[in-house]
Ligand binder design. Structure first.
Ligand code: ADP
Length: 642
């Protein structure tokens, strides 16, 4: 009986990615083996974990990854005793790209219109498909633990693949690569050579916890007694990197291990090693990547810290070990004390896990602090890629988080001090004006918009530095109960009273304003009535020097950006009324006042109040509720003026 063979098309994204791989300029082709060994090792891990809760799965006494070469037929096979895949899993994992964000990634590639760089491909970590770097045909035969039959998948990387039922004696996966011609110039070595396989395994996969074995021929004896014997050799030391003494591990080894755990092909920025002894004993080997994965802000972004107990893999992506604002951290935590049977469900309450999580955060933050002090370029890269995520940790559900100040001291912000360089808070504080005790900031969509916002005028005129915060997360940590930095409160230039200067100066300003308040009192009241539906108060401003008006909020009011965030989350924050501040020294105000003095019921007062309010909304990049009405008022006014 011959098995029926079905031909399938790759899902469009998978095909695109495959094409990328095949035609890529990726020069280091040897890494295909690292990828396939990594997958094999993951599959054995997975089988071990599943076998604990399902006796049908079973776990072999001697799990292994085997490499077989056939120089005559020019093939190399990677054979594992892992969990295997069912037919539908083959379709899902190998025929489709189950990864979230693939579409976005490819769209991004298209947009850039440049040939994809090795970096970019590396960032995506196309794993299994890297087989096509060196092979023009790949056969995969796999039998899923708990199933009788196997599935055979074949493809020449040409947009289609075939599926057929197959037999495999044992559970596990065999991947056979029909190798391309050796082409040293193109980086394709002879992968049927024992020494080459040996070299690659040693270089990239030495730490894999299961034996990577190969049958090798050895000559024994001398002279006439010489004969060739076949023996099986284990090519890797299987020693966990984090269990070796630190001085014995080279930077290259750390980097290779990073690529293994993270499935990321780019180099990490740095690694952190920590060993705790005492009431709890555990080891951490953590990495900070050099570029953000495309799915960092996806809801289902996988956190990359794996949990081990006494060198035995327990689970990948152990969320409870990593606070969300450190979700970019990759690596391993290996506990000496946890039970081997620990399950995801009980992790959350586990006291030891909590303690390790706390320590993990402490270590990562202090490493970042060190990086910031010692290597500002490196830290700059980190900040560009992950700053937004880190800032999420300033607040927790209770308000300022325990580490708020530590995180704030790592933050780099744009500010009015420099167009090109961002500032740390300690530098900001060192530049504070005499008598200044608050850190001023403004939040909004872009630097350009913020720089020209009317709320900033007096601060600029009086020489106060203002932080220009443009990340969504900035709205959140500066929101309801912002933290302090070195006892300095944060104050939005668009909130509160806008008190600037020394006590003396403030007093003088206050006195001058009192006078003006008397002059404008009735006009303000009238304007307030006309704008009743839009603002909660109309008052004179201390923060304007050029513009006639701006909108501000009370200390605890929601900013318009926060309003937008809530709306985008499908929540209705209700109508948020703000305060309209008017510039008493602006000619518009003087004209209005004189119209008002002649006739307090002049209908123009209402129209002009609307116009002034509308332009204050526009000036801060806001949206008018009724643009048509605003435009009509403006056109009428223009017509009269011309
Ligand atoms: P990644 O390993 O980054 O998830 P891959 O493209 O390398 O991406 O693999 C996709 C999926 O295919 C894996 O997540 C795994 O579920 C499955 N897979 C790959 N190789 C094997 C294998 N040897 N045994 C079992 N499953 C595998």
């Amino acid at each position: 009986m011959t098995a029926t063979i079905e031909r399938h098309e790759f899902q469009a994204e998978a095909k695109q990615l495959l094409d990328l791989m095949i035609h890529s300029v990726y020069s280091n082709k040897d890494i295909f083996l690292r990828e396939l060994i990594s997958n094999a090792s993951d599959a054995i891990d997975k089988r071990r974990v599943l076998s604990l809760s399902d006796e049908k799965i079973g776990f072999p006494a001697d799990p292994e990854i085997r490499i077989e070469t056939d120089p005559e037929n020019r093939t190399v096979s990677i054979i594992d005793s892992g969990v295997g895949m069912s037919r539908s899993e083959v379709v899902e994992y190998v025929g489709t790209l189950a990864k979230s964000g693939t579409k976005e990634f490819l769209a991004q590639l298209k947009e850039s219109r440049e040939a994809p760089s090795a970096e970019l491909i590396g960032q995506f970590g196309v794993g299994f498909y890297s087989a096509f770097l060196v092979a023009d045909r790949v056969d995969l035969t796999t039998r899923r633990a708990g199933e009788e039959h196997a599935t055979r998948w074949q493809s020449s990387g040409d947009g289609t693949y075939t599926l057929a039922e197959a037999e495999r004696d044992e559970v596990g996966t065999t991947i056979t690569l029909h190798l391309k011609k050796v082409d040293e110039e193109d980086g394709i070595a002879d992968y049927t050579q024992e020494w080459k396989i040996r070299e690659i395994v040693k270089q990239y996969s030495d730490f894999v916890t299961y034996p990577v074995r190969m049958d090798v021929e050895r000559t024994e004896g001398t002279g006439d007694e010489q004969k060739t014997v076949q023996t099986t050799e284990t090519l890797n030391s299987m020693k966990a990197i984090w269990a070796r003494s630190p001085e014995d591990v080279t930077e290259e080894e750390y980097t290779e291990f990073y690529k293994h755990v993270s499935h990321d092909w780019t180099e990490p920025l740095t690694h952190i090693r920590y060993h705790a002894e005492g009431t709890l004993e555990y080891t951490m080997l953590l990495y900070i990547p050099s570029s953000a994965p495309y799915d960092l802000f996806h809801f289902h972004h996988r956190r990359g810290v794996n949990l081990y107990v006494k060198r035995i893999f327990i689970m990948d992506d152990c969320e409870d070990l990593v606070p969300t604002h450190l979700r970019f951290v990759k690596g391993v935590v290996d506990s000496e004390d946890l039970s081997l049977n620990i399950s995801r469900e009980i992790l959350q309450q586990d006291r030891q896990i909590k303690a390790m999580r706390k320590q993990l955060e402490k270590k990562v933050l202090s490493e970042l602090d060190k990086m910031k002090r010692e290597d500002s370029d490196k830290f700059g890269t980190f900040w560009k890629e992950f700053g937004k995520v880190l800032k999420e940790g300033i607040m927790d559900t209770m308000g300022a988080s325990e580490n708020a100040e530590k995180i704030l001291s790592l933050c780099l912000f744009e500010s009015t001090h420099s167009e090109t360089e961002s500032t740390s808070l300690s530098d900001y504080v060192s530049r504070m004006r005499p008598g200044q005790d608050k850190i001023y900031y403004v939040t909004g969509e872009s630097r350009a918009l913020l720089e020209s916002s009317p709320q900033l005028e007096a601060y600029k005129a009086k020489g106060y530095e203002v932080l220009l915060l443009t990340d969504t997360v900035d709205e959140i940590w500066t929101g309801a109960f912002p933290p302090k930095y070195q006892e300095h409160e944060f104050e939005s230039v668009a909130k509160g009273a806008g008190e600037l200067g020394t006590e003396d100066e403030r007093k003088k300003e206050e006195e001058a304003l009192e006078e003006k308040k008397k002059t404008f009192a009735s006009l303000l009241e009238a304007a307030q009535k006309h704008l009743e539906d839009d603002v909660k108060d109309v008052r004179l401003s201390k923060r304007l020097t050029e513009s006639p008006a701006c909108l501000v909020g009370d200390e605890n009011d929601m900013t318009p950006q926060m309003e937008q965030i809530l709306k985008s989350m499908g929540r209705d924050p209700g109508k948020q009324k703000r305060i309209l501040e008017l510039n008493p020294d602006h000619p518009v105000m003087k004209t209005l006042q004189s119209i008002f003095e002649k006739d307090p019921n002049d209908p123009r007062i209402a129209d002009y109040a609307q116009l002034v309010y509308g332009q204050a909304v526009l000036a801060e990049g806001g949206k008018l509720e009724n643009p048509a009405k605003f435009t009509k008022l403006l056109t009428d006014l223009l017509a009269k003026a011309l």
